[in-house]
Design a protein. Structure first.
Ligand SMILES: Cc1cc2nc3c(=O)[nH]c(=O)nc-3n(C[C@H](O)[C@H](O)[C@H](O)COP(=O)(O)OP(=O)(O)OC[C@H]3O[C@@H](n4cnc5c(N)ncnc54)[C@H](O)[C@@H]3O)c2cc1C
Ligand SMILES: Cc1cc2nc3c(=O)[nH]c(=O)nc-3n(C[C@H](O)[C@H](O)[C@H](O)COP(=O)(O)O)c2cc1C
Ligand code: FES
Lengths: 304, 261
């Protein structure tokens, strides 16, 4: 067994493989399918202050090597989450990271304060959701606005603050620099790409919400590029995600500069994807004489 | 109840029942043992990422002694087409059993089962379990034409079978809802169970309300995870909230849900 451990901005993980927000429920859904405690960390669905009903059906549309989703942040609200869902998530004995999705700066501050001292190991600030009318991506496309939200969250909590960025911008590097300057402890890349499918029989948009977020293998090169550029520019650990389905996919992200990776849509294709990826990372290290997986982070950077 | 698991199952045999309708028999002892009527499985229908998502199929029948599970499906698109080309000894990846199935009292009673088209898929398992528990069954099967009437002989073993086709090529000519309203007028039932297109489920829902008979409906929605994790497969609850078809369903009581367009 090679050393797969990672200390991500103070969050200690036994391996770098996390669940991607919104794709893994609270983990209990998969508890009978595989040993969830093998994961490096678990990330919650996007949480809001009040319960959120989400978008109307259909919320999912398959696309070539991926899918569009427009769930619209359906969640029970932070109070019910803390009372009913967090305890069972913590039972797995791995770090739990709360994905927070305020629609205003104040809501983000409220969520950050409320989740501090509850047992969660960190916050992932979701300023990149394409499926809500207010907040979400709207707060994550203008560097000054994003920086303001991040600054406020950092002040409201002593938990590590991870900022999740959207690729739906002209220059993701500019955003990354802005949130880094605002005090972020780590950056997650990438959230989904905005997309759309038309039902040609009905002559109307397929999704209830018309537009949705594209995920899965189809977007992997976009994510790898974002990680490669941002990780070389900003001195913060990066969590890479977008289309990771195999160990080699995860290695691409790691070599592009990601200290950790998240698995999302791959669970739909193969519920055992995450455990297989962990095994494949270990195998790669053994086969290539790599003692510490973290030594591979950024192996494909320009100056190397 | 045991939670879902991931299995790699060997194909025992696969038969075309009619053009585009297939009966798939898998070696799946644990799934056979742990499934109950109305539950389903998510089957991977590709070697690569096309299609990327698994396809939900209802557990059609189980043979617990032989450790076998059967699926009955219609070829609709890419995924089911790929599935229809699997042969004996091929292996299939499958996650199950999933969802909440039908509920019925062990005390028995008189039930009406309504299956339209390939909607009969989950109903054979139901009918045989009901039968085993001493229920009296009237089974209504409807389809556009004769080739859509699936496994009538197997259903006939579980109760009185009445068939209707829209073109009259098998059984009576008419729709399944015509049959249903006629049969409900004739005699009384303790419970209705239905699966089929939305229009049929809506009709059953309305008639169950008018007659004051409890009904359970098996819904169809596009799914990604199948285990309740992604909140992608919702239908509308009567209180306006969204319910996950893969977790709170796919079987719902008729009062629980508002059926859309
Ligand atoms: C819980 C559950 C149990 C099911 N059990 C069975 C079963 O036992 N037997 C069976 O034949 N089918 C069943 N279905 C439906 C089956 O899953 C779909 O027909 C299948 O996913 C189609 O996949 P495909 O790749 O062949 O078609 P696609 O290429 O995905 O689609 C082909 C056509 O079918 C339509 N379609 C696809 N999926 C759905 C859907 N979920 N609802 C409505 N229209 C759809 C598309 O709009 C398109 O026109 C079930 C569905 C659910 C949710
Ligand atoms: C069904 C679904 C729901 C998602 N919900 C959230 C969410 O609540 N918050 C968030 O930050 N990202 C959410 N995402 C984005 C994922 O966390 C991830 O960034 C993206 O899907 C790319 O990774 P993947 O290709 O491995 O799925 C969601 C993705 C999917 C497919
Ligand atoms: S398909 Fe994911 S919640 Fe139902």
């Amino acid at each position: 067994m090679s050393d797969l451990t990672v200390n991500l901005a103070g969050i200690k993980m036994k391996n770098p493989v996390m669940s991607a927000s919104g794709t893994f429920g609270s983990g209990v859904e998969y508890a009978s399918v595989f040993d969830v405690s093998k994961m490096g960390a678990l990330v919650t669905k996007g949480l809001t202050k009040e319960p959120k009903a989400g978008n109307k059906s259909p919320r999912i549309c398959e696309t070539p090597a991926g899918l569009l989703n427009a769930v619209g942040l359906q969640n029970p609200g932070v109070e019910v989450f803390i009372r009913d869902y967090l305890p069972e998530m913590l039972e797995f004995g791995v770090p739990v990271i709360a994905n927070i999705a305020g629609s205003t700066g104040d809501e983000f501050v409220y969520l950050a304060e409320r989740l501090t001292q509850t047992g969660v190991a960190g916050l992932e600030v979701n300023i990149s959701c394409p499926n809500v009318k207010t907040g979400g991506m709207a707060l994550g496309t203008v560097p000054e606005v994003a920086a303001e939200v991040v600054k406020a969250v950092v002040q409201a909590t002593d938990l590590p603050v991870i900022v999740k960025l959207t690729p739906n911008v002209t220059d993701i590097k500019e955003l990354a620099q802005a949130v880094a300057a605002a005090g972020a402890d780590a950056i997650s890349l990438i959230n989904t790409l905005v997309g759309m499918v038309i039902d040609v029989d009905k002559r109307k948009p397929f999704l209830g919400n018309c537009i949705g977020g594209l995920s899965g293998p189809a977007i992997r090169p976009v994510g790898v590029r974002a990680v490669w550029e941002v990780s070389q520019l900003v001195d913060l650990p990066v969590i890479g995600m977008g289309g990771i389905t195999t160990g080699r996919d995860a290695l691409e992200y790691i070599m592009a500069g990601a200290s950790a990776v998240a698995v999302g849509s791959a669970f739909f294709y193969d519920p055992l994807a995450a455990v297989k990826i962990i095994d494949e990372l270990d195998q790669y290290c053994t086969d290539h004489g790599v003692e510490k997986l973290q030594d591979l982070v950024g192996a494909a950077w320009k100056e190397k | 109840m045991k939670g879902p698991e991931e299995f790699s199952c060997r194909v025992i045999e696969q038969d075309a029942l009619a053009p585009d309708y297939y009966l798939l028999k898998l070696e799946a002892p644990e799934l056979a043992r742990n499934s109950s009527p109305g539950q389903f499985a998510m089957l991977r229908c590709s070697e690569g990422y096309d299609p990327f998502l698994r396809r939900p199929l209802a557990i059609h029948q189980v043979d617990r002694n032989k450790g076998q599970v059967l699926f009955l499906y219609q070829v609709r698109g890419k995924g089911t087409k790929w599935l229809s080309m699997r042969c004996q000894h091929d292996k299939l990846s499958l996650l199950g059993p999933l969802g909440r199935g039908f509920s019925f009292s062990a005390a028995g009673g008189r039930a009406m089962i309504v299956g339209a088209g390939v909607g009969v898929a989950p109903l054979l398992f139901l009918a045989s379990e009901l039968r085993a528990q001493g229920w009296d069954l009237v089974i209504l099967m409807g389809a556009r034409n004769k080739s859509g009437i699936l496994r009538p002989d197997a259903f006939r073993e579980c109760g009185d079978l009445i068939i209707a086709t829209e073109d009259g090529s098998c059984g009576e000519q008419g729709t399944i809802l015509d049959l249903l309203s006629r049969e409900l007028a004739k005699s009384s039932f303790d419970k209705l169970f239905a699966c089929g297109p939305l229009s049929v489920l809506k009709g059953v829902q309305t008639m169950s309300r008018e007659k004051g008979i409890a009904a359970e409906l098996s819904l169809d929605e596009r799914m990604a995870c199948g285990v309740g994790a992604c909140v992608g497969c919702v239908c509308q609850g009567h209180d306006g909230s969204y319910l996950r078809v893969c977790k709170e369903g796919p079987v719902f009581s008729a009062e629980e849900v508002v059926l859309g367009e």
